[in-house]
Design a protein around this ligand. Structure first.
Ligand code: NCD
Length: 316
């Protein structure tokens, strides 16, 4: 694998391989000094054309824990503001000698475009509504660890709730979770579903109350106001009454069920209860696990390819 642009770049074995590599990275992250020389001499550039807190910091932390050099490209202070094209930007950075670009952009397909202009590996950190593969991997990793799943996800029922239409997280998660054998139900009003769900391999419900006591994972999505051209729900209050995680709904969850959210959360909209009060909340685990998963992805793309424990000189 030289790029991770979409979950479609992975087959089941490859996905499971990355999840077990992430287990080894989590062991490193639990050490007093969570740093190994595995990617010494490699350079990873973060190229974020869209806002981000956790994804950008998570990739940067991951690269640093593997001893890669990191470069941070900030659009607001770059020559993009002088009209420099994406292609010239990529070719300029490539000329400095880089091994991987971590890219986030508001347009679908930008990671594929970029890979035509550079030999470096591309990791998609979110392109428009389309894909966010490391989010899906960290979600699957979190489910696996919290619910002690070994092997694939057969028998597991995940409900993804909310603004599916605008969500690259939903698209990536559905692809990965179904690839691993989970059953996925999308829960949303029709206005927040994509026009077609052909090929998604999911069930659909317009009632959270109808599924809440039968699921193993409740995955809440952010209402993505910045991506909605018109008001797709009558009001946020009404949305919250029908689809928000309220206290009474939280009480109906099975005792082992997880509550997940990719962040940033709209408190009082999709999540009304305080997640800190929910024993099943895995929201901060998702953030913690994101570092291990991104270390696994970067190592897989840029490492020597001889395997985690065989790297010459015992790099790990
Ligand atoms: C998501 C994103 O930007 O795609 N956030 C994230 O990466 N953790 C989800 C969102 O913005 O709602």
């Amino acid at each position: 694998m030289s790029h991770l642009r979409s979950i479609a770049d992975l087959d089941r074995d490859r996905a499971l391989g990355l999840l077990s590599l992430a287990d080894s990275m989590a062991e490193i992250n639990a050490r007093p000094i969570p740093k190994v020389p595995a990617l010494r001499g490699r350079t990873v550039v973060s190229l974020f054309f869209e806002d981000s807190t956790r994804t950008r910091l998570s990739f940067e932390t991951a690269a640093k824990r593997l001893s890669a050099d990191t470069m941070n490209f900030s659009v607001s202070t770059s020559s993009v503001n002088k009209g420099e094209s994406l292609r010239d930007t990529i070719e300029t950075i490539t000329a400095m000698g880089v091994d991987a670009f971590v890219v986030r952009h508001k347009s679908t397909g930008v990671p594929w475009q970029i890979s035509r202009w550079t030999d470096a590996s591309i990791v998609n950190a979110g392109d428009g509504w389309h894909q966010h593969p490391t989010q899906a991997l960290l979600d699957a990793f979190t489910i696996r660890r919290r619910l002690s799943v070994t092997g694939d996800f057969a028998g597991l029922h995940v409900a993804i709730v909310g603004d599916i239409k605008h969500s690259r997280v939903a698209r990536s998660d559905v692809q990965l979770l179904t690839l691993l054998g989970a059953k996925v139900t999308l829960v949303a009003p029709a206005s927040l579903l994509p026009p077609s769900l052909e090929g998604w391999g999911v069930e659909v419900s317009n009632s959270l109350d109808a599924v809440i006591d039968r699921i193993d994972v409740l995955y809440l999505l952010r209402m993505q106001m910045e991506r909605q051209e018109q008001s797709l729900v009558p009001s946020l209050g009404e949305y919250s009454v029908r689809f928000g995680l309220t206290e009474s709904r939280a009480r109906r969850l099975q005792s082992h069920a997880l509550v997940m959210h990719p962040g940033p959360m709209n408190r009082g909209v999709e999540i009304v209860v305080d997640p800190a009060e929910l024993p099943g909340s895995a929201i901060l685990d998702q953030v913690t696990n994101g570092v291990s998963v991104r270390m696994a992805v970067l190592f897989d793309l840029l490492g020597s390819g001889t395997g985690l424990h065989e790297t010459s000189g015992g790099a790990l």
